[in-house]
Design a protein around this ligand. Sequence first.
Ligand code: F6R
Length: 607
Amino acid sequence: MCGIVGILGKGPVAWPLVEALRRLEYRGYDSAGIATIEKGRIERVRAPGKLMHLSQKLTGLDLQGTAGIGHTRWATHGVPNETNAHPHIAGHVAIVHNGIIENYRDLKAELMAEGVVFETQTDTEAVAHLLSRELKAGAKPVDAVRHVLARLEGAFALAILFEGDGDMLIGARRGPPLAVGHGDGEMYLGSDAIALAPFTNKLTYLEDGDWAVLTRGGVTIYDASGAKVSRDISHTQASSMLVDKGNYRHFMAKEIAEQPEVIGHTLGDYVDFTQRKVRLEGLAFDWKQLDRLTITACGTAYLAGLAAKYWFEKLARLPVEVDVASEFRYREAPLPKNGLAIVISQSGETADTLAALRYCKSQGQHTAAVVNVPESTIARESDVVFRTFAGPEIGVASTKAFTCQLTVLICLAAAAGKARGFLNAKDEEELISALIETPRHIHEILRGEAHIKEIARKLSAARDVLYLGRGINFPVALEGALKLKEISYIHAEGYAAGELKHGPIALVDENMPVVVIAPRDALYDKTLSNMEEVAARGGQIVLMTDASGAQANEGRNFDVITVPKSHPLVSPLLYAIPIQLLAYHAAVFMGTDVDQPRNLAKSVTVE
Ligand code: F6R
């Protein structure tokens, strides 16, 4: 994770660096720092915690340097204090780094044996010292970087500033993304297009292994073998506007409320509203020819993939394997000759998901990505891109990106079902009609927010919470637990309701709230039996169901959240909303940092 930026400007760059970092804060917010060249010398300012602490420090200073680098950190090596904050300096070099230098211990030992003293606990400092050693030995900056890159193992994006040269920045990429921005007599480096959007829309995305030497006159790019290469300049669509919270207290609240609109927008790309049919164009593969589908993703995106398994198997009779990408990538899973691999990612930069995609490609799979950021590495490396139109998601906890992923995946499953002859026109129309109603249904759920908030107040007093769901709502139960723990820090577990009696029921007592997701579908009675097992042991039940399920439980001592009735397969799109609202309000009652919960980052570009 971590966001990095570099600017060779015409005027002072300190505040433009901070502006870029503000846009990269989703990548980490443990500490931030910048280094600029002031009157020929490197000046560094760093602060632990959120970017505003760095801004406060800079306010009293009058930095005039026109070349600089900046960093916002998600700590991997070393606690998030000021000493470990980037940039790291050794001799005449300052460096910022995103990723992990896996052989840093060996490098550090080698340098310490030569008498180098380390100030920080970071892996990055070793790179700064290696560069400094090269410069001291007489190497020019470009050669120093070339030699040092050859010594590094791991995944990294680097931006390097040299004290003796105010007209040079060097960036390098192995793994995490890095883009070069082309201005008018100015040049930029940044982790993504969003960071550079206020300055330029002309970008060159470095390819894996590339490194780039920037001067104000342009850029020279070398590939992993050291050969000069030319890379295209593209025009990014990233907006220079910073997304704001509007009238909402948190981005998460705003993003929950946006779901009717963004789901409608996403449906607009995959569904013919008039014909009530699924619509998919530009496929590079034939659903009929597929023997198996492999889905990989992380976190919430993985849970969208788990829901997709139910959809593809039911609607298209297509066998599906779903894996968390961090497990899949090293398992060397045998993949069928004619398989399709779908990766799911909001950011399109998640390191494990990207590695899974690359593995699938190396195994000859057709690859497709369900992504929210169309210029991301995952989008660029997949054969086919299925976009979600959630818009920028700023809150660290995924909400609207998740439901848009669900929207795309159910449409893909319907398309596959149709192509494979398992979904007839009538069933298709029924399913698509239900999907078209989803934005309206979500509006209805949002109108009941005050009631959900009251239930969340009770949850916020709990130490542990259990979420139960069956069938297509099992992934929703898992998502409910994930959402609650990541933003409220209340321990929560999601279980397949039928699994309860195989262990977790031992946890249930009168202090344990149990959230049961049970629309009145084919599995309702089964889920209800599992719920009764909990009720018999004193567990406090929060039942999420539709009007008929609510009526059937009238008079019980339960908290009930009523969700509009829909097509059984569409229910995850609806039940996701009260799940999010419960977690959100519980977190607000707990007083946590809802949009930037501790220890997390929005984009996980380290494994
Ligand atoms: C949880 C959450 C994470 C992400 C996961 C994958 O609310 O946001 O679990 O879903 O880190 O991120 P992307 O989708 O960017 O690959």
